[in-house]
Design a protein around this ligand. Sequence first.
Ligand SMILES: Nc1ncnc2c1ncn2[C@@H]1O[C@H](COP(=O)(O)OP(=O)(O)OP(=O)(O)O)[C@@H](O)[C@H]1O
Length: 260
Amino acid sequence: MIEFINVNKTYTNNIKALQNINLKINQGEFVAIIGLSGAGKSTLLRCINRMHDITSGKIMMNQVEVNAIRGSDVRKLRKRVGMIFQSFNLITRTTVLKNVLVSFVPELTLWRKVTGVFTKGQKIKALTALDQVGILDKAYVRVNQLSGGQQQRVALARTLAQNPEIILADEPIASLDPVTSRHVMDDLKRINQAMNISVIMNIHHVEIALEYANRIIGVREGQIIFDGNSTEVTPVVLKHIYGDSTEYKVNENTGETAYV
Ligand SMILES: Nc1ncnc2c1ncn2[C@@H]1O[C@H](COP(=O)(O)OP(=O)(O)OP(=O)(O)O)[C@@H](O)[C@H]1O
């Protein structure tokens, strides 16, 4: 379980990105964090794996106080909490397999680091992860020869190879077309359900968030202003989260919602 207890984050420029966040996320949940640009979604997500440090309060992951750990404990935390990004963060000029193996570098002995020789067990884990996201046949293809959706799957495999308890996904489909976006979302949902890995995602596509996530957290100006089941997200709730923003529109005739 992840728990935020009275968490605040103020950046050095004095922007209060998170204000008094209290939140519990149980193992195996699929959570989408939604809200306007600048609302604090990325900051919220990135405090969980210590990409950002909080200013006050506490973040607990099971028995570990995330904001109190240092050095090798942070590395251990990042093994338990995988992350994928909008821009995939891959080394595009090398193979898919090597990109997945990169996740094992911190575990290598010095001579293996120097020689770049991974263990048989690591190679098996990497190939298994590629199989889990359906791109085992691409293992020896260079990443720059893959589509965006395939690249996001490589990133997902790199995370899965570490056997994480949680996957943080920061706008994972923002740069993908609608069809490919659904493939990536399907992968995440399958992994969430079959492996009981929690998925916590920032996403601007509200329709997709409602379709795939079980729980929606609405953030506005650094505060959680909605936290509930995706079935409880009505047009009124969306208006509360997005205000009269042009980023999100409700069709008054059909009640359908659309991101614009
Ligand atoms: N490194 C930083 N230094 C200073 N201010 C920052 C930093 N990162 C974010 N902010 C500010 O903190 C606030 C929250 O930003 P954050 O990136 O968490 O929002 P977001 O909801 O994820 O936005 P987007 O949807 O555009 O990614 C914004 O006002 C932003 O300008």
